[in-house]
Design a binder for this molecule. Structure first.
Ligand SMILES: CC(C)(COP(=O)(O)OP(=O)(O)OC[C@H]1O[C@@H](n2cnc3c(N)ncnc32)[C@H](O)[C@@H]1OP(=O)(O)O)[C@@H](O)C(=O)NCCC(=O)NCCS
Length: 177
């Protein structure tokens, strides 16, 4: 998917299938404090984590249960746009996004979630999309809002990952919204 996002600053944003070539950039990304704080990536990431994690997205692509894209900004890695759990039979999916620190604050996540949402309603033909966002994650909530998701409520003390339970907002968009 390539879009000329020449609205604010001149740049070319694209999504490309996540693969081993993104390994060094994703290795850097999982060192970021906010990425560790607000995603299911283990804290700290064990050695070899990133390679296994990317391989998990590649096998998910083959069996249709997950999909991962790298966000590329004018050829440079700028983050991840993910469908971590696709349920084809139920026609619903979860989506997620991570933007590299150098690329934040310029609308990259908003563009990525908008593009991923169109892809999920189009290619995946889902009826419902879910986002799980920490109550503390103001920037991510704003991205969901800008992409016209609806805040459904708070899942209290949700198990996010080992060592972390927290109040987590559930946001959704339906194909009929
Ligand atoms: C959340 C994240 C993806 C946002 O990426 P980004 O490319 O900077 O996002 P955008 O520029 O598209 O939009 C951010 C919006 O949040 C706003 N924002 C930034 N920090 C904020 C905060 N602390 N509280 C409230 N809003 C905030 C920005 O002003 C912007 O809104 P605006 O366009 O109305 O001004 C990025 O910070 C990130 O990768 N964080 C770590 C991983 C993560 O949290 N992923 C999401 C898990 S649910």
């Amino acid at each position: 998917v390539t879009v000329d996002a020449s609205d604010s600053i001149e740049r070319m944003l694209a999504l490309e299938p996540l693969g081993p070539r993104h390994l060094p950039a994703v290795d850097d990304l999982v060192l970021d404090r906010d990425v560790i704080r607000f995603t299911r990536i283990p804290d700290p990431p064990p050695s070899g984590f990133t390679a296994q994690w990317i391989a998990g997205y590649e096998s998910g692509r083959r069996d249709g249960t997950r999909e991962g894209f790298a966000i590329v900004d004018d050829g440079r890695f700028a983050g991840l746009a993910l469908a971590p759990t696709i349920d084809r039979e139920a026609r619903q999916t979860e989506l997620g996004y991570v933007v590299a620190p150098h690329a934040r604050g310029r609308g990259v996540a908003t563009w990525a979630l908008g593009t991923l949402t169109d892809w999920a309603f189009g290619e995946l033909d889902v009826l419902r999309i879910e986002l799980f966002i920490s109550v503390e994650n103001g920037a991510s909530k704003r991205v969901a809002e800008r992409c016209r998701y609806t805040r459904e409520g708070v899942l209290r003390s949700l198990h996010v990952k080992q060592g972390l339970r927290e109040d987590t907002e559930l946001w959704s968009r339906l194909s009929t919204d």
